[in-house]
Write a protein that binds this ligand. Structure first.
Ligand SMILES: Cc1ncc(C[n+]2csc(CCOP(=O)(O)OP(=O)(O)O)c2C)c(N)n1
Ligand SMILES: [Mg+2]
Length: 596
């Protein structure tokens, strides 16, 4: 299911060069052939030939030097998530390669197209525990969509074609290409159009049969309480327009997953916002009471379903997914369609007729919505994270804005209080839930969209996990903004301690261990005790930075951040006592939701 935006995997490659060319140069020429304009690469002994080759292509590929390979992998993801194109990162063997593993696993769980290149020790010493040798293909076997150890220079051009094809077709995902140093030095006459050799994989999903589409249309026509449950697959398939057309044609309300936020406008009257553990009460009740669920590009993640047996238990489930292994994996679907969701929606929109009467259903949903909106204490004397996010959302609503997040409470509040109106505007490590994702992914997105405002809404724990990327942003002139919701704690874990472990603090305070807060004593933290000094850190990296704690400072400080021209960190003191609500505890249902 290639899209207009995805890099071409079939475009005619460069004419084969008649000159013997090194493996390293062939790798880079292949990147050019696939339309790669940016790569995030950290060098080392075994990847040096490829770095040398990259200098010969300076006019066509920008090489960004992250300050940690994990940052490079997440930056490549930010590039990929915000554009739909394949993101590319590169690392040396051994520690460089293992530093990429988390970003690769992250891309796998969220189905993000990524090509990760690694240097490897020379083929004669593979398996001998050579200096900086790790069997990275073995390490990554189960967290990649596919992986290669290239042992012959003559295979490089074909492998690179296959890697881009696999990463960007079907269900997207990460592909690892491990390149021993002697293979990078070896020379051959490159065959850039070497045919791909992928038995059993075409990447092309046949269109859904007309009778399947008719079945779905018939189910819709008969439904009285239908709900669309839309996820990252809608974004990947560029199917947002078709989804909106379906919703508007039929009047069916739309709940999205975290990965799906933005695939349907959050301010549309039919939007139910996010569903799941920290989703809206109205989305979760609608799914609970539904008689028809149209599950589109989703995978029934446990953070969405809670107790699987209770999830949508009164509903006929229609599941559309490009990956057959998702069908019936968690929840049996009465109507299963394995196809590109954009094609399915386009065909469906041609014939679908609205259900006879949804007035009662809309009314019921409206009542749930009115009685249980997302909310926070507007009278709170300081700044609540929710308030800061909502204010940022309001201040940026007329600007093209991309938001990246870390993982934790700030991530969930962003999902609840920032209005996402377009696909690819929220970058969130959703499946793996990797702290440290925000800053580097924002960096990658800003490189791809220099004209857009890119803000990382981050937590203090998460930001520290890849704080070194502040150096990359400064040195590479990538002016991202960080809105730091600084609660001095691993807030989400604190919330679980409060709810499920009698508030016993178990290593969730981020300040010095002799502070009373470290063992749950003390009644809140004054700014004078805050640790670390993020403003000093950011300034040390060459950023502009500012810290606030008073409510009346919020709006002007956000405006200053938005209007600044360089990288800018706004450190906002927020309380750690606040919980993300509503919350459906793991394995439970909306009826068990904690509301206060
Ligand atoms: C790499 C990694 N380690 C541990 C966790 C577990 N975890 C989930 S949320 C969280 C707290 C995050 O703290 P912070 O970034 O400050 O965000 P807050 O919840 O305070 O907004 C932790 C430790 C994780 N998701 N990722
Ligand atoms: Mg925190």
């Amino acid at each position: 299911m290639s899209t207009g935006k995805a890099q071409s995997t079939t475009s005619s490659p460069q004419p084969p060069s008649a000159q013997p060319t090194s493996g390293a140069d062939i790798v880079v020429q292949c990147l050019v052939n696939h339309g790669v304009d940016t790569i995030f690469a950290y060098p080392g002994g075994t990847s040096m030939p490829m770095h040398q080759a990259l200098t010969r292509f300076r006019d066509r590929i920008r090489v960004v030097l992250p300050r940690h390979e994990q940052g490079g992998g997440f930056a490549a993801q930010g590039y990929a998530r915000s554009t739909g194109k394949v993101g590319v990162c590169m690392a040396t063997s051994g520690p460089g390669a293992t530093n990429l593993v988390t970003s690769i696993a992250d891309a796998k769980l969220d189905s993000i197209p990524l090509v990760a290149l690694t240097g490897q020790v020379g083929t004669p010493v593979i398996g001998s525990d050579a200096f900086q040798e790790t069997p990275i293909v073995e390490v990554c076997r189960s967290v990649t969509k596919h992986h290669y150890l290239v042992t012959d220079v003559n295979d490089i051009a074909r492998v690179m074609r296959e890697a881009f094809h696999i990463a960007s077709t079907g269900r997207r995902g990460p592909v690892l290409v491990d390149l021993p140093k002697n293979v990078q030095f070896a020379q051959t006459i490159p065959q850039y159009d070497a045919p791909m050799d992928l038995p059993g994989y075409t990447g092309v999903c046949p269109p859904a049969a007309p009778e399947e589409i008719r079945k779905v249309a018939a189910a819709i026509r008969q439904a009285r309480r239908p709900v669309i449950y839309a996820g990252g697959g809608i974004v990947a398939a560029e199917a947002s327009g078709a989804l909106r057309a379906l919703a508007e044609k039929t009047g069916i309300p739309v709940a999205t997953t975290l990965m799906g936020l933005g695939c349907f406008p959050g301010d549309h009257p039919l939007s139910l916002d996010m569903l799941g553990m920290h989703g809206s009460i109205y989305a979760n009740y609608a799914v609970h009471e539904a008689d028809l669920i149209l599950a589109l590009g989703v995978r029934f993640d446990d953070r969405v379903t809670g107790k699987v047996a209770e999830f949508a238990k009164h509903a006929t489930i229609v599941h559309v997914d490009i990956d057959p292994s998702e069908i019936h994996k968690v929840k049996h679907a009465q109507i299963a369609v394995v196809a590109d969701v954009k094609q399915v929606l386009a065909a469906l929109n041609e014939i679908v007729e609205p259900p006879e009467n949804l007035a009662d259903w809309h009314k019921t949903i409206q009542q749930w919505r009115a009685s249980d909106p997302f909310h926070y204490d507007k009278a709170y004397e300081g700044i609540l994270a929710q308030h800061a996010i909502e204010e940022l959302s309001n201040l940026t609503k007329d600007r093209e804005t991309i938001v990246a997040v870390g993982v934790g409470q700030h991530q969930m509040w962003t999902a609840q209080f920032f209005k996402f109106r377009r696909p690819r505007t929220l970058l969130s490590s959703s499946g793996l839930g990797t702290m440290g994702f925000g800053l580097p992914s924002a960096m990658g997105a800003k490189l791809a969209h220099p004209e857009k405002l890119v803000v990382d809404i981050d937590g203090d724990g998460s930001l520290l996990m890849n704080v070194q990327e502040m150096a990359t942003c400064y040195c590479e002139k990538i002016p991202v903004k960080v809105l730091l919701l600084n609660n001095q704690h691993l807030g989400m874990v604190v919330q679980w301690e409060d709810r499920f472990h009698a508030s016993n603090r178990a290593h969730t305070y981020l300040g010095p261990i002799d502070h009373p807060e470290a063992i749950g004593l003390g009644n809140g933290i004054g700014p004078e005790q805050r640790y670390p000094d993020f403003v000093a850190i950011a300034r040390g990296f060459g950023w502009q930075a500012h810290s606030i704690s008073k409510k009346n400072e919020l709006r002007p400080a956000l405006l200053e951040m938005i209007q600044s021209t360089g990288p800018y960190l706004l450190d906002v003191a927020v309380p750690y006592q606040e919980h993300v609500l509503p919350m459906i505890p793991s394995g439970m249902t909306v009826k068990d939701a904690i509301r206060e």
